[in-house]
Each structure stands twice: as C-alpha cells, then as structure tokens.
Design a protein around this ligand. Sequence first.
Ligand SMILES: Nc1ncnc2c1ncn2[C@@H]1O[C@H](COP(=O)(O)OP(=O)(O)O)[C@@H](O)[C@H]1O
Ligand SMILES: [Mg+2]
Length: 242
Amino acid sequence: MSAVAPGIALRGHHEIAGTPLFAPVSCHLPAGQWTCLLGRSGTGKTTLLRLIAGLEVAGQFVGDIAVSDGLPIEGRCSFMAQTDLLLPWLSALENAVLGQRLRGEPPDLPRARRLLERIGLGAYLSARPSALSGGMRQRVALARTLLEDRPIVLLDEPFSALDASTRAAMQELACEMFRDKTVLLVTHDPAEAIRLGHQVIFLTGEGARIWPVPETPPLRDSYAPDSVKAQAELMAALRRLA
Ligand SMILES: Nc1ncnc2c1ncn2[C@@H]1O[C@H](COP(=O)(O)OP(=O)(O)O)[C@@H](O)[C@H]1O
Ligand SMILES: [Mg+2]
C-alpha cells in the first residue's frame, strides 16, 4: 500500500548573488492534494521545486520547509524535471524503470510496459530517445515519475511538449495515478492549473499569492462557466505582469 502523503509548508526568501529571486513567501501544500504553481519565467518556480526536493540550487534560501508528519522528505519524493533527463543509450522501457534500476531493485517490467502502452508508446518500448519526438520523450519521463509511486510528487512543466489532446489525456492519467498524493505542478497554462489544482499559487517577485479556484474538486471541466472565468482572470493577471 502507498504511504500516506504529508502536507508541506515552505516559508522563506531566496537570493542569487545578492539579488532577490523571490520575496518572502509562505506557501502550504495540503496533504494529498494538487497545488499548481504559475508565474512568469525566471520567478523561481524550478528553484522552489528543487528546494523542496532537497536538490542543489543556485543562490541561498533563507527559511524553512516543514513536513506535517515531521519525517524527512528525502526518499519520499519524486521529481520530474523540466527537461526529460532520459539516458540516450537506454530504450524507452529501460528509461521508464531507471529509478528502480538505480536503487538496485528488480524493475517491474510488466507494469512499465502496461503503462507505456497506456500512454500510447506501446510500439516504442525498444526505441532510444533519439528516435522519439519531444512529446514522446516527455511521456517516457512522465511514465518514469508515475512508476515511482512516492507520496510527494513534484512536476516541473510535465505536459509542456504535448499536443492538446495528448495533454488532456495525460492530465487525466496523472490525476488518477497521483490521487491522494501531495503534488506540486508547475505550469504556464492557466487552463491546466484550473483543471488540475485543488489550490493554485501565483508566484511573482513580490511573493506567492493563493489564486481562487472553483468550488468543484479537480479534475474540473475546462468548459464549465466557473472554470472559464477562473482561467480568464488568471490569464489577465499573468498578462498584467508582462
Ligand atoms: N545555476 C544558476 N546560476 C545562476 N543563476 C541561476 C541558476 N539557475 C537559475 N538561475 C536564475 O534563477 C532564476 C530563477 O530560475 P528558475 O527557478 O529556473 O525560474 P523559473 O522556473 O520560474 O523559470 C533565473 O533568473 C535564473 O537566471
Ligand atoms: Mg522553470
């Protein structure tokens, strides 16, 4: 059985070589829910994800990251980076089970195969990344993250290279497979944020603002009037920063 997902609270500010990246922010990722993070390029979204994952970042973070169950995040978190990070000499199937292989665990190849088939890559199990399109590579990277089954999931623009219909299908799959996990997803797409987020955070140089979302739970109907209104308002706010 999967471990229970904890909530995460982050408070602090970050600077790089004396220049503030983000002002003091205070954000809470509710346990077992999806938080979508938006903001213009360069506002520190990837940095924030890397801080939570405990990965190296440029500059200094001053603050603290608290986990609701008091246990370390290390070992309980999967991170899908903005670039696919596939190893060029491995096949799609081998890349998908890389996490297990690196930990010296026997890879669950039947499960990985089923998942790759479900995401439309059944004919490409043996293909190297160089033989795949950008969207296919991103789906292999997504499969790798989905197979990890960790309670905390950090996704950095996971659907950015996908065409509209594949993107909608992958959002639905991730929503189903990451149900009850604590998810932080970075996106530039207001419609994606409103469709997927129990909570939406809007990051600017001034701080992190909680953006109102419709009362209905995700996965939301993107064409419902309250979804359309929330997307339009979020888009307008992003454009005001441009
Ligand atoms: N290794 C690095 N060295 C110096 N500056 C960096 C480095 N990595 C990121 N930055 C700077 O940090 C800022 C925020 O980067 P990032 O967290 O990737 O933003 P976002 O994901 O919101 O686009 C950018 O302005 C970028 O130039
Ligand atoms: Mg980024």
